[in-house]
Design a protein around this ligand. Structure first.
Ligand code: ADP
Ligand code: ASP
Ligand code: MG
Length: 446
């Protein structure tokens, strides 16, 4: 079994869907995991907040925009009148349901249901299109097997129990399902957070012990640096699971931050491929392989840095326990941490409890907060820094103020904190310092 996931741009128009059809009809048996057409989830989120604040007119405008987009796509995509009529009836009903749901009280549950409708509708359109082209597919409702546990994390054992029996129809069937969509432990429709279709694909791959998970997107695989910030990036042909996980977690948007572990757990390769250039080798993520000194750079934004300074730290023990307890109490994960004799600096990316955290920490010392920071993460092999990579990193950034450095916590990454205003400059300076002044790997030229 192969799992193929197509992202929003890959599904972004009738032309793109035809291309995806050409790519999947060659495979079998396979599970095809689909995102919503590009732009739809953003618009649904917007619609949800407009209804929530009582701006029904704007909310309806958003829904109409979405409906027009789907209808125009279907008019272009379907060739036969009968299938076009069928899909228009489906859209009529789908938008009837949406309008009904948003006419009542707008709870978090309503919003969670609303924002996955892009995936629900896109997958239905694609499955009908396959039907029209003579490749029958089975449309699976992801809420029937994709489960979250009480902590809001994917419940892989529950997915493993539910999904394989649903795929038991035999033959070379193509199963089509929605990424992003899941059901939480209360039995409500929920989602796997932004970009979550990648996570759906790796969870499905793990649950069925797939041979391969192919993630099809709009770029030639993982780049050595963020292509949104740096012009001359190159594709990385091979990555280990650990390297890919670090890059995803620290902001390489091509992969959902948490999506690597399910594949890694069962040693299932993840192949990142470009829908617009299917011949391109993309990036293969698998265990082992030769390691690079420095593989890639990623950046994560919206980081808040907190420094606690206290004379009480000097020659005492137990201080860090008290500090960590505060973050545990407020259920806020810490990303980076550095300590000195009299102070601790740490970063968080979720600041909804910031006021409570600061209030609690002030009992132990003076607290300073810096918002709008970015973590820049250099991923590579730093087990023994025999190549002087750490020095090269710092040399590349002579005029960029660095707020924190984290080195040695992981053999795969060196990360540091800069103000977000300096992020672009830092990424570009590192691209020159680490990739152009050193030997570029041979495959980078291919
Ligand atoms: P999809 O809709 O297919 O899931 P995404 O937009 O979520 O696509 O992810 C692909 C995008 O990720 C690329 O177009 C690129 O702009 C961005 N990106 C950020 N960092 C990287 C990186 N290191 N390598 C490749 N793409 C990256
Ligand atoms: N459509 C969802 C989003 O935009 C999920 C995904 O594309 O992976 O976040
Ligand atoms: Mg994505």
């Amino acid at each position: 079994m192969i799992v193929l996931k197509f992202g929003g741009t890959s599904m972004g128009s009738a032309k793109r869907m035809e291309e995806v059809f050409r790519l999947v009809k060659r495979e079998g048996p396979c599970v095809v995991v689909l995102s919503a057409m590009a732009g739809i989830t953003d618009k649904l989120i917007r619609a949800g907040s407009n209804f929530k604040i009582g701006d029904r007119e704007e909310g309806q405008n958003d829904l109409q925009w979405i409906r027009n987009r789907f209808e125009d796509t279907c008019v272009e995509l379907f060739r036969q009148k009968v299938s076009r009529d069928t899909i228009m009836l489906f859209l009529e009903k789908a938008f009837g349901d949406i309008v009904f749901r948003v006419s009542g009280e707008i709870t978090q549950e309503t919003i969670n249901w609303l924002i996955v409708q892009g995936e629900m509708i896109t997958s239905h359109i694609f499955s009908d299109y396959m039907q029209e082209r003579g490749f029958p597919s089975v449309l699976l409702d992801a809420a029937g097997f994709m489960r979250l546990d009480e902590a809001g994390e994917p419940d892989l054992p529950a997915i493993e129990r539910r999904l394989p029996p649903m795929l038991g129809l035999g033959g070379d069937l193509i199963y089509v399902t929605q990424g992003f969509v899941c059901m939480n432990h209360r039995g409500e429709t929920d989602n796997l957070k932004r970009g979550g279709s990648d996570y759906s694909a790796t969870l499905i791959g793990a649950a069925v012990r797939a041979e391969m998970i192919e993630i099809w997107t709009d770029i030639d695989g993982m780049q050595n640096n963020d292509p949104r910030e740096v012009e001359n990036t190159f594709s990385i042909r091979r990555l280990s699971f650990d390297e890919a996980a670090e890059l995803a977690y620290f902001g390489a948007k091509i992969l959902h931050p948490a999506c690597v572990w399910p594949a890694q757990q069962f040693n299932i390769p993840i192949w990142l491929r470009n829908t617009m250039d299917p011949e391109n080798p993309g990036t293969m993520i698998r265990s082992g392989g030769e390691r690079q000194q420095i593989t890639a750079i990623a950046a994560k934004d919206h980081i808040t840095a907190i420094r606690i300074r206290s004379g009480r730290m000097l020659n005492t023990y137990g201080f860090l326990v008290m500090v960590f307890k505060v973050f545990e109490d407020f259920q806020t994960p810490i990303d980076m941490i550095t300590t000195s004799e009299v102070s601790v600096s740490l970063t968080i990316d979720n600041d909804i409890h910031l006021d409570g955290i600061v209030g609690a920490l002030e009992k132990y010392g003076a607290v300073e907060v810096d918002r709008d920071q970015s973590i820049i993460c250099v991923v590579g092999d730093f087990l023994v820094d025999r190549y002087g990579s750490a020095a090269r990193i710092l040399h590349s950034l002579p005029d960029i103020p660095i707020r924190m450095i984290s080195y040695g916590g992981s053999q795969n990454n060196i990360s540091f904190l800069v103000s977000s205003a300096d992020k672009k400059r830092a990424l570009n300076a590192l691209n020159v310092g680490l990739f152009r002044m050193t030997k570029i790997p041979d495959y980078a030229h291919s």
